[in-house]
Design a protein around this ligand. Sequence first.
Ligand code: GSH
Length: 217
Amino acid sequence: MLTVHHLSNSHSHVVLWLLEELGVPYEIARHQRDPLTGRSPASLRAIHPAAKAPTIVDHGIAMVESAGIILYILESYGESRLRPSPSSAEAMQFFQWLTFIEGSAKGPLLQMFHALRLPSEDGHRKICEASAHTVLSLIEEGLEGRETITVGQFTAADIQLTFFEELLEGVGRIDAYPNMQRHLTTMRRRATYKRAEQKGGPVGLKQLFSGAVSNSK
Ligand SMILES: N[C@@H](CCC(=O)N[C@@H](CS)C(=O)NCC(=O)O)C(=O)O
């Protein structure tokens, strides 16, 4: 059976949520963040040297990297659910957004988070804020007039996007992006999102981004 090595209050919530959506049986092995640094513990490093969440083990092999894990689960257990039909316009959107979030958007978001400690007139801070705004605006436009990031269909890309929006909320900037805020609110209402939280613990990134544990991502 597939095992999710679940780090408390982390990106591995998306894997629990995806498995809940698909109704795929899984086991959870729990790992706690270091209470001071927020970093993952040695127990997670023992499973995979990256020591990152999400980590899964299937077929006796440990795997990291959320977009790859999502695609692996869809391909192995999804039976064509939570993704558009192949070779369609929607499939192009789906693959783009699923990979854009961790590939192009998260780096600028985290750089902005660190730069926000600098004075507001600092030049480096301004550059970081501008480059984060560029990628955030693309996602915001992608959600314009839509409930889901792929036209007309809730997909695993919405699950991946939701965690990104939780990061943006944790950084304190989601108010500037109403479409993302609306999407986040809608996604949090899903029964499967709540079930994943019941099993894995709450997702609350504001506290993670505040003060002493700011080095946690
Ligand atoms: N690009 C990776 C990012 C993984 C990542 O940074 N995960 C965070 C949790 S949200 C983590 O493991 N933090 C603890 C640490 O780095 O020690 C992915 O998408 O899986």
